[in-house]
Design a protein around this ligand. Structure first.
Ligand code: ATP
Ligand code: MN
Length: 460
């Protein structure tokens, strides 16, 4: 089809010539003798105004009947617009209606995010979600660009897994057994008869597989969906979310922290430079500090602090927190937010957490109490990255697995990497949706993914 995208039209140096655009009607006003149509095709947040004269042949039948949401093709001259706030408009000479939109639920304004979530199949046609999806796309490309330009290998790790990476047990079971009448052996469900011959789940992280690849290719990253059956109904948790997990051999915790900082800054500066119109929109409508915050972060170094120092700062803060602060307890999001929003007022990397609140694979520090872990905390969101240097010493790893009751048989292949040419290595996981939230200022994580999966909700 002969078609030009609206973003391309609006970037033209000057008006002139005949153009054909296709898109959806955002608003239409019919007055005596002509109609104004605002058309959007999703290529840019701005609409293009089309002025349709009543002498267009199908004016009475089609154009006057047009409703918000209808899909159209418009051909006409691109002219300078006398109206305010737009450079060009189209003087239509031909309008074709693909489909009208009687009863279309997405009217011009005033919809709540909750309502839009209930029409998630249509919300990409709203300004906010169009902008979110375009920014999401640019961020995905920025992520690939960052790693590809540094020689990392993009690794596709399995989504179905028989190992529980976090040891947290919050996994979705994958099975073809009949839930109503599973085969049994000695009273227990007989998973030997299941599809894979053993219990399997959707992955919570690609890390363990990524480690095996890093110990062959040196620098790898994954970027894919992960799943957590945690019943946390928060604005920062999804049951299905996308994670980016770089893993590097011959890398220690300091290298890991430096990589995380460079990585986040690259994503943020790319969004600032490549999404000016959408970021302007977020800055006006969603979060008045969005652009300033990103600029500030790109320009200033991240703060770094140990978990132990953070505990001391929190206990001396004079704040009353809902959850207790005590060395050895995990930090809650209220604590994380205090540290990053109020105490340092920028991204904060916390390191060296107590080993008892962290996963088995994290490298033990010499103090016998902490592990070489790092979390990156950002204002408004809290944790956006979780990472660590991995335990590369076979005996220490086996000791830790024993303490935590993890059977070696289940991890034989993981332990092999420590038997055959083990090497210091480190990596982290970035929550993609939390990063989008941070850039756009969107308050709820359900509103930065096309179709959110959360407890009790898998519609669309
Ligand atoms: P939190 O304490 O916030 O639940 P976590 O410690 O479980 O996070 P990790 O297991 O370290 O997180 O996962 C790495 C990253 O993945 C996190 O830093 C976060 O950005 C993201 N993440 C974790 N769980 C979720 C979730 N349920 N929904 C969306 N993103 C998540
Ligand atoms: Mn969690």
């Amino acid at each position: 089809m002969n078609r030009v995208r609206i973003n391309e039209l609006l970037q033209r140096p000057e008006a002139g010539g005949e153009v054909t655009i296709h898109g959806w009607v955002r608003t239409c006003r019919h007055s005596k003798g002509f109609s104004f149509l605002e058309i959007n095709d999703g290529s840019i947040i701005h609409n293009i105004q089309c002025v349709v004269d009543a002498d267009v042949p199908n004016y009475d039948r089609d154009v006057k009947a047009l409703q918000t949401g209808a899909s159209v093709r418009v051909t006409g001259r691109l002219v300078d617009s006398p109206g305010k706030g737009q450079r060009f408009e189209i003087q239509a000479k031909d309008v074709h209606v693909y489909g009208n939109a009687e009863g279309y639920p997405l009217q011009k304004k005033g919809h709540t995010m909750e309502f839009l979530r209930s029409i998630a199949h249509l919300r990409a046609r709203s300004n906010t979600f169009g902008a979110v999806l375009r920014v999401r796309n640019v961020m995905a490309r920025a992520i690939h660009d960052f790693f590809q330009s540094r020689g990392f290998v993009y690794l596709h790790t399995p989504i179905i897994t028989a190992s529980d990476c976090e040891g947290a047990g919050e996994m979705f079971r994958v099975t073809t057994l009949d839930a109503g009448d599973p085969p049994r052996a000695e009273g227990e469900i007989d998973f030997a008869q299941d599809f894979f011959g053993k219990p399997t789940s959707l992955t919570v992280s690609g890390q363990l597989s990524a480690e095996t690849a890093a110990l062959a290719l040196s620098d790898v990253y994954t970027f894919g969906p992960t799943f957590r059956a945690e019943n946390s109904n928060t604005t920062r948790h999804l049951a299905e979310f996308w994670m980016v997990e770089p893993e590097c051999a011959f890398f220690d915790l300091d290298d890991d922290v430096a990589l995380a900082e460079a990585f986040l800054k690259h994503i943020f500066s790319t969004v600032l430079s490549e999404c000016p119109d959408d970021m302007d929109f977020f800055n006006k409508r969603i979060d008045k500090t969005a652009i300033e915050t990103l600029r500030h972060i790109v320009e200033s170094p991240f703060e770094r602090m140990s978990y132990s120092d953070a505990i001391e700062i929190l206990s001396k803060s004079g704040k009353s927190f809902e959850f207790p602060i005590e060395w050895g307890l995990d930090l809650q999001s209220e604590h994380e937010r205090y540290l990053t929003e109020e105490h340092v007022k920028r991204p904060l990397v916390l390191t060296d957490y107590p080993r008892d609140i962290k996963a088995f694979y994290m490298r033990q520090n010499d103090d016998g109490k902490t592990v070489a872990a790092m979390d990156v905390l950002v204002p408004k969101i809290g944790e956006i990255i979780g990472g660590s240097q991995r335990e590369e010493r076979l005996d220490r790893l086996q000791e830790r697995m024993k303490e935590m009751g993890l059977p070696e048989e289940d991890y034989w292949w993981y332990l092999d990497t420590r038997k055959f040419g083990t090497a210091p290595h480190a990596g982290f996981g970035l929550g993609f949706e939390r990063t989008i939230q941070f850039c756009t200022g969107m308050a709820n994580i359900r509103d930065v993914i096309p179709f959110p999966r959360t407890p009790g909700s898998a519609e669309f």
